[in-house]
Design a protein around this ligand. Structure first.
Ligand code: SF4
Length: 88
């Protein structure tokens, strides 16, 4: 089974920079009217506070790229098996 990772996006802390969508438009949508980003994947669990998504290793590089450009580091990535934080 491929390695899996968990994305936790601390949505309530989004400052609306839009960098995530710029880095990975296939993964992120930036809503200009609400000044907030959201994960595009339909499997993402969403509340007003947070969004969570489990991804396979094949998607890690692209998610990491988006997470790394977020100026407030609120896109967190964890190794699902060990719980170890990969980013930030
Ligand atoms: S880069 Fe970070 S702060 Fe900017 S829209 Fe995306 S999640 Fe929000």
């Amino acid at each position: 089974m491929p390695k899996q990772y968990k994305i936790i996006y601390r949505k309530s802390q989004c400052i609306g920079a839009g960098a995530c969508e710029f880095a990975a438009p296939e993964l992120w949508h930036y809503d200009k009217e609400k000044s907030i980003a959201t994960l595009k994947d339909a499997k993402a669990q969403k509340t007003d506070e947070e969004e969570e998504l489990i991804i396979d290793e094949s998607a890690l590089a692209k998610h990491l790229e988006a997470a790394q450009v977020c100026p407030v580091n609120i896109i967190e990535i964890y190794d699902l098996e060990t719980g170890q934080k990969i980013h930030p």
